[in-house]
Each structure stands twice: as structure tokens, then as C-alpha cells.
Ligand binder design. Structure first.
Ligand code: ZN
Ligand code: ZN
Ligand code: FE
Length: 740
């Protein structure tokens, strides 16, 4: 039979997942000659052999591909044979014109590596940096593409003879595993005190760190995507001390459990949640939790954030400790997490008692990702290690667009041809270091992707630091700047990840976003239709908010009472005067502020120290059986939703000592009913639920149920966060409509 030559170019997540070794072995098995090569972010293969063998190769390529790989496109090209003698690896080719966004995510330690790590006869016994082609660091260590060892932070470690042999052996699990390492040649641990004095090395460093945690001290640990602060999860005093030092009075902490069975002793874990906890992404999963064992860990919230060990180092540590520990980002309030040893020692010196360090550099900070299950599907609330960067196929765009997202929970996004990539969580941009970090991420990712922006997109808010950065960038590059209204971007962020036929009704509810009429929006219904573009078709009746600390629940409560004509209920004279004379007030239609006001009226919170705190407190009361009743409200033909009757009834109920649980539940039910009635008024089948308010699981799950029962088709964010972390993705899609 005559020989043929087949050239394949494969696009997708094909680098750093053991793809080339797989190709090599498959070619060997089928007696094919040729080569495999990383080209930019694709893999190129040339094969020679008989037609049936080549066809078989293509068939098995898709069928047997490595578990963490994804194939988006296979380009095939039949050529004249040139008689390759064997099958080889060609050096990687950096193709600068290539711009696809398939960067590999960091992967949790696989079971095979764990077996080796616990095997006293293995040369990597108890080695905290064991990895293979199926697991280990990726995005966090990549300096440039293609993904080869020289382009990672592992380039400072020379492989020992044993590692090199495995690396070059096509039959080894570590064939071309770029971060390959062992105790002889790889990174190692060091324990130092807060002055940087060396206390111990290697296994002894680990042992002493465990002792410290057991005795209630705070250990700063250099993890995969940055530093974490660890403290005994059952030691109330130690946790209180961490809260004080970190200036984090109330925001929930996540718990790192030794294993799934230990977690199951504390909380109910569904099979979907268990799968997620043990996945290669290994995120923090928010679990419904009504036990009060961890009031210091997660006060006044309906859930507990939990995760399982995901690096060999975490496995070693948690095996030794065998109890849950608080694991929180190693950063100062508002700043990005620390990634290098000196940085951590200087910034966290007043928080960490001991520092468990290692010498593998982290290229870019990645927080632990945060996920919750909504209607049995994972929803990303914070995009970080294991998920970032997210890439999505979107309708064709004709320009390279770079978007700068929002001010809070900032993340940036890249759009090119038919793909969109969203960065990891960057942080709130009201801090100089986050501001710098945002620019670093933009530079790093632009370099990785060889990306040259032709359009810059940002929020419509003139004072957002993201808007200022975007404006500067657009000027510098002499490219157009497109501003996208905040809630419109929320709706587009959900459109980006689902194939939804227009028209859609977007329910965009959040804390705050710059409106186009001089008010602050946040309780919006936005219609997007093919020719019409977008239109605000309904919204909550605005109420006045005395300027100042906008998330102060007292101000929201006073504004609601004032608007509803319940002036006499406002206790603070100065607020009464300012509201009456309309001094220094803004108007807002925000649902987030409605939650704030209710939380205050119910006596749940006086002051909030993180966004969403008031809403979480209200949600945590909804643990009763569902009520079918709701508070009264009206919707005008023009879509003005009047909540005044509702607030009047709530105030009455509070005066009559009705149970807070019932009030909170009826309030949630009313919001669900509002969504349903507006959807009916608009007569649009496809309904998008987006914005920070839909992190409220009770609200979104009931909205989904009620909409579905009434014949609507609800959609909600899953891969792209529903909160402001998803805004940049929405900006890309909204902006791309202009360049069709
Ligand atoms: Zn492995
Ligand atoms: Zn080695
Ligand atoms: Fe928002």
C-alpha cells in the first residue's frame, strides 16, 4: 500500500497536558513516522504511513486524548510523502502572528503522583513538588509561550540525570512534564520567622510549620498561585487574632479540610459538590451550612467555603494536621496576594508568625477560585487558580479588543477573532498595588497572547480607575475607546457564555453601577434585541441615598423610609434633614441597597466591612420551608417597579414582632415575583439573571424555578462570574457588536 503524508494542526488546550507524548506514543503504536511540534499555542503534527493507519490516528486522536486536553479545531492537509525515517519531537516554534487564548490552567495533584509521594520506596517520597503531565503548576509558572520548561519559572532548575531520563522517555508519566522535579534537583522548602531567620529546611520545615499551626500560630505558606495564611480552623482565639491582624472583622474565611470524609463530618456535600472539590481545578466550594461550629470562620452567612488539598505540599501539611485550617489569601486588605518570598516577608511580617517558603517562583498571582452550585451547575464567583484564564468561543469579531472591567473585583479581558479570554480576579482598584497589578496582568497576558489591541473597552463610569487606565491606554495606542454601561455589560457577560437567541430580557441586579440618567443603577431590566440594541425596559423606583459610605446600611434604610413616607421611623436627625432638603444625596435603583436597608431594619448589621455582607445576613435567614406568599408591589406600564407598599408592610411586620426569618423569606419571594411579572409584561422567553445579587443562592434558585414553571427559559452566569468580575467579558461582547 502506498504511503501518504498528513499534516495536522490542532487548536485547543493542547500544551502542558501531556499531548505531545500522547501523540508520540500513538504514532509509534500505528507505525507512523513524522514529527510533533508546539507551534505558538497549537500543536502541529506531520505523519507518514498508510491511509488506513492515518485515518485510525485521527480517530484515536479525539477519542483517547489526555484527560485535561481539549480539542477545538483540527486542520487537516494531505501532502506528498517525503519519507520520514522515524517519529521525532521538533523544537517549539513561536509563531507571533498566532493569537488564540488556550493557556493551560494549574492542575491539582493527580492520584498517581500521590501514590508515589506516600511510597517510602519512591525517590519522590514526601517530596512537596512532585508532578507529572497530568498535574502540577502551569499558568502560575508560565513566563511565555510555547509551553516549554525554558519558558517557565522552572528554568532556573537543571534536571538531574534521573529526571532527565524520565523527561525524555516517551513511556514515562513525566515525558515532557515541564515542571518535573525531584528532591535532588527541584525546589525545596524553608521555614523562616517573620524577621526572615532560617528555622528549618525540607521535611523538618514542614513539621515545624505543622507544630506552629497546632499551637495556634499563623503560618504564611507559599502555595501555588501565591501566599496563603493558615491557622487552626477550630481555634477561635487564633482566628480572632488573624481577623484583627488582617483587618478583616467579618468576611468569611474558607476552610481547607484534610480530605472529603473529614469535610462530610461537618457539612452535607452533594455529589456535584464532591466532584467539584476533587476536580483538577480544586476550588473553594460554598456549601450550604447551618451549623454554628464555625461562627468565627464564617459569621452570619448561609454557607461555608471549603476546599481540599490541591498541591503535594498541601497534602503533606493536611495529612500531618488532620483537622480543618483556615486558608485565606496572603495579602493586605485590598492588595493582590503576595507571590515572592521577600514581598511576603515585608508585607505580611505583622501577620505571619512563621513563613513556609519555597524557591519555585510564581509568575502571576492567582487566588483560590470560589465556586457555588446553582441549580446543580457550578457557578464561578471568583476566577483564579485552576480556572483562569477562561477562554470562550464567541461570535466572530473583526477587531482585537482589550477591556478593563469595573472598579471592584476587577478583571480584564481580551477578544480576538472568535475567542474571548477573561483574566483571573485582580482585585479592587482603589489601591495602588492593585492598580499596578492590573497593568502587570494586561502586559503579561498581552505578551503571552502576542496581542495588539485595536479597540479599548471600559465601563461608562468616568471615575472608575479601570476607566482611567483604559483611557490612558487608548491614548497611548491611538485606538478608539468604547464605554459600555455597567448593567448592559453584566447582561452581555451572560450572553457571551450561552448560545441565546435574541431578544433577551436581562435582569441585572447588583450594588451599584453608573446609570445613564445621573442616578446609580442596580435594579435593572435590560432588553437586548437584534436591531434595537439594548434598552432599559424596567427598573426599581429610585430612592435617595445620602452620600458618604455608600454601603452603610443605615443610609439605605433611611433613604427607603424617606421615600416611602415613613419619615418618623428615621432615628438619625442629620439624615432626616439631609434627605428632606435633598442635600448631598444621589438616587439609586439598586437592589443591593434594598438588601442593605432591610438588613438594617431587621437589626442584622449596623456596619458592613465587605460588599455583600448585608445581603448574606438576610439570605442566611431563609432557612424555612418556602412560602408562596410575598409582599405587595406595583409595576407601572412603563416598567417602574414600586417597592413602597412592600417596605410599609415590612416596617409594620417588624413593629408587630413578626419573625425575621419569615420577613426575609417573604422579601426574597417578592423579588422573585417582581422578576416573573416583568418577564410576563415584556413577553420575552429568554431571561438572563446576572449581577452581584444573583450570588444569593436562595434568590437565583427560586427565580430559576419560578421562571421555568411559568414557561420562561432562564440563563445565568456559570464560567464568567455574575458579579463585577465578569464585567470585562461583557464589555468585549457588547463592544464587538459595534465592529461587526
Ligand atoms: Zn501527577
Ligand atoms: Zn531530579
Ligand atoms: Fe455590577
Amino acid at each position: 500500500m502506498s504511503k501518504k503524508r498528513l499534516a495536522l494542526k490542532i487548536e485547543g488546550i493542547v500544551q502542558g497536558v501531556g499531548f505531545r507524548p500522547f501523540i508520540y506514543n500513538l504514532a509509534q503504536r500505528l507505525n507512523l513516522t513524522g514529527y510533533v511540534q508546539n507551534q505558538g499555542q497549537a500543536v502541529a503534527i506531520e505523519l507518514e504511513g498508510t491511509k488506513d493507519k492515518l485515518d485510525k490516528f485521527v480517530e484515536l486522536l479525539s477519542k483517547d486524548k489526555p484527560i485535561h486536553s481539549q480539542i477545538y479545531y483540527i486542520h487537516k492537509n494531505w501532502l506528498e510523502p517525503i519519507n520520514y525515517r522515524d517519529f521525532t519531537f521538533k523544537d517549539s516554534l513561536k509563531n507571533s502572528t498566532d493569537c488564540s487564548f488556550n493557556v493551560l490552567r494549574d492542575l491539582a495533584t493527580c492520584t498517581k503522583c500521590l501514590e508515589e509521594m506516600w511510597d517510602p520506596d519512591n525517590r519522590r517520597y514526601r517530596y512537596p513538588f512532585i508532578n507529572c503531565t497530568d498535574c502540577g503548576p502551569r499558568f502560575s509558572i508560565i513566563e511565555s509561550l510555547p509551553y516549554d520548561r525554558v519558558n517557565t519559572t522552572m528554568n532556573s532548575f537543571a534536571m538531574c540525570a534521573n529526571c532527565k531520563a524520565e523527561y525524555e522517555d516517551p513511556h514515562s508519566r513525566r515525558f515532557h512534564a515541564q515542571p518535573i522535579a525531584c528532591p535532588n534537583c527541584g525546589p525545596e522548602l524553608e521555614l523562616v520567622d517573620s524577621q526572615g531567620h532560617l528555622k528549618a529546611k525540607k521535611d523538618q520545615a514542614l513539621q515545624l510549620a505543622c507544630e506552629a499551626i497546632k499551637s495556634g500560630l499563623i503560618v504564611a505558606l507559599k502555595g501555588l498561585g501565591g501566599f496563603q495564611l493558615l491557622v487552626d480552623g477550630c481555634n477561635q482565639k487564633a482566628i480572632a487574632r488573624l481577623r484583627k491582624l488582617k483587618n478583616r472583622p467579618a468576611k468569611p474565611f474558607a476552610l481547607l479540610y484534610p480530605n472529603l470524609s473529614a469535610l462530610r463530618l461537618d457539612v452535607q456535600v452533594s455529589s456535584t459538590e464532591a466532584e467539584l472539590l476533587q476536580s483538577a481545578a480544586s476550588p473553594i466550594v460554598l456549601l450550604k451550612c447551618f451549623i454554628d461550629k464555625y461562627t468565627e470562620v464564617a459569621p452570619n452567612t448561609p454557607c461555608l467555603g471549603a476546599m481540599l488539598p490541591y498541591t503535594p505540599l498541601h497534602h503533606l501539611l493536611m495529612d500531618e494536621l488532620d483537622f480543618p485550617v483556615v486558608a485565606t489569601s496572603g495579602n493586605l486588605p485590598g492588595e493582590p496576594i503576595c507571590i515572592d518570598n521577600e514581598q511576603a516577608l515585608s508585607r505580611l511580617a505583622n501577620i505571619g508568625d512563621l513563613f513556609l517558603l519555597h524557591n519555585r517562583n510564581i509568575k502571576i498571582p492567582l487566588d483560590d477560585s470560589l465556586v457555588q452550585i446553582v441549580a446543580n451547575k457550578p457557578v464561578l464567583l471568583r476566577l483564579g487558580r485552576g480556572y483562569a484564564p477562561v477562554s470562550l468561543a464567541i461570535p466572530k469579531i473583526n477587531k482585537n479588543i482589550l477591556s478593563y472591567g469595573a472598579q471592584e473585583r476587577n478583571a480584564i479581558a481580551f477578544g480576538s477573532s472568535d475567542v474571548l479570554a477573561l483574566s483571573a480576579h485582580i482585585g479592587d482598584l482603589d489601591n495602588l498595588r492593585s492598580w499596578q497589578h492590573c497593568q502587570d496582568v494586561s502586559t503579561h497576558m498581552s505578551n503571552l497572547y502576542s496581542f495588539k489591541p485595536e479597540v479599548i473597552a471600559c465601563d461608562a463610569h468616568p471615575d472608575y480607575n479601570s476607566t482611567i487606565l483604559a483611557t490612558e491606554m487608548a491614548k497611548k495606542l491611538h485606538v478608539p475607546l468604547v464605554q459600555v454601561q455597567h448593567h448592559c455589560a453584566h447582561v452581555f457577560s451572560c450572553l457571551a457564555e450561552h448560545q441565546i437567541e435574541l431578544p433577551v430580557l436581562g435582569v441585572a441586579w447588583d450594588g451599584t453601577g453608573y446609570g445613564l440618567d445621573g442616578t446609580i443603577w442596580g435594579g435593572e431590566f435590560i432588553k437586548i434585541a437584534p436591531k434595537l440594541g439594548w434598552q432599559r425596559v424596567a427598573h426599581l423606583r429610585p430612592f435617595p441615598l445620602v452620600r458618604g459610605d455608600s454601603t452603610d446600611p443605615l443610609r439605605s434604610a433611611a433613604g427607603l423610609l424617606h421615600q416611602a413616607g415613613l419619615e418618623e421611623k428615621i432615628e438619625q436627625e442629620f439624615l432626616k434633614i439631609m434627605l428632606n432638603k435633598n442635600i448631598n444625596t444621589v438616587h439609586t435603583s439598586s437592589v443591593g441597597r434594598l438588601f442593605d436597608g432591610l438588613a438594617y431594619l431587621l437589626g442584622l448589621v449596623d456596619r458592613v466591612s465587605f460588599s455583600g455582607q448585608a445581603a448574606l445576613a438576610v439570605e442566611s435567614l431563609c432557612n424555612l420551608a418556602n412560602f408562596s406568599r410575598f409582599y405587595p408591589f406595583t409595576i407601572s406600564p412603563l416598567g417602574l417597579i414600586d417597592w413602597q407598599p412592600m417596605i410599609k408592610d415590612i416596617v409594620k411586620d417588624i413593629a408587630n414582632n413578626r419573625s425575621k426569618h419569615e420577613i426575609a423569606q417573604l422579601f426574597h419571594n417578592s423579588l422573585v415575583e417582581i422578576i416573573l411579572q416583568v418577564a410576563q409584561q415584556q413577553g420575552i422567553t429568554n431571561v438572563i439573571l446576572t449581577g452581584g445579587c444573583f450570588q444569593n443562592r436562595y434568590l437565583i434558585e427560586n427565580a430559576i424555578n419560578n421562571l421555568t414553571c411559568a414557561g420562561f427559559q432562564p440563563f445565568w452566569n456559570q464560567q464568567i462570574p455574575p458579579n463585577d468580575g465578569g464585567i470585562a467579558a461583557g464589555q468585549i461582547l457588547a463592544c464587538s457588536y459595534k465592529y461587526k
